[in-house]
Design a binder for this molecule. Sequence first.
Ligand SMILES: CC(C)(COP(=O)(O)OP(=O)(O)OC[C@H]1O[C@@H](n2cnc3c(N)ncnc32)[C@H](O)[C@@H]1OP(=O)(O)O)[C@@H](O)C(=O)NCCC(=O)NCCS
Length: 149
Amino acid sequence: MEKGTVRPFQFGTEIHQKAIELRLEILRKPLGLAFSDEFLEKEKNDWHVGYFDSKGDLLGCLILTPVEDQTQLKMRQVAVKKSVQGQGIGSDLVRFSELFAIEKGIQTIVLNARATAVSFYLQLGYNCEGEPFEEVGIPHRKMTKQLRS
Ligand SMILES: CC(C)(COP(=O)(O)OP(=O)(O)OC[C@H]1O[C@@H](n2cnc3c(N)ncnc32)[C@H](O)[C@@H]1OP(=O)(O)O)[C@@H](O)C(=O)NCCC(=O)NCCS
C-alpha cells in the first residue's frame, strides 16, 4: 500500500464526520453501541488526528484529550479501517501523536487499552499500570508512556 499522511483535523468538519463514522464501525458497532450527541460534544476541545491515503480518504484516526493540568494527554478512540489494519497505520498515528505532544510540552500519554490491543501499545513503548478493568463492557488496561523531549 502506498504510504499515506498523518495530520490533525478540526472538530465539526466533514473529515470529523468521516472519523465518527469510522469509529462507529470499528469501535462501537461490534459492541452493539452507538455515540450519544453528548459524548461527541465533549470532544470539541480535543485534538483529532487522521491518517489519509494519497486520495485524501481517511483510513485511521485517534483523539488526544488534555488531562492533569495540560501535562498529560489521553489517547483514545484509536481506530483503523478494517481492510487496512496490520499495515502500520495505527503505529504511524501513535508516533505522530507523540511528536505532536512533545511539541506542546506534554510529558506523558495515558490511555485505556482494550485487552486485545495491549500488545499493539506494548510494541510502541507503552507500559501497563494497575489491574485490568471493564469499560464499554470489555476488559481494558491502563497504559502510559513517558515522552522524552
Ligand atoms: C489496534 C489498531 C488501532 C492497530 O492499528 P494497526 O494499523 O492495525 O496496527 P499496526 O499495523 O500499526 O500494528 C503494529 C503492530 O501491532 C500488532 N497489532 C496490530 N493490531 C493488533 C491487535 N489488535 N492486537 C495485537 N496486536 C496488534 C501488529 O501485529 C503489528 O506488529 P508487527 O509490526 O510486528 O506485525 C487497529 O488494529 C484497530 O483499529 N483495531 C480495532 C480497534 C481497536 O482495538 N482500537 C484500539 C482501542 S484501545
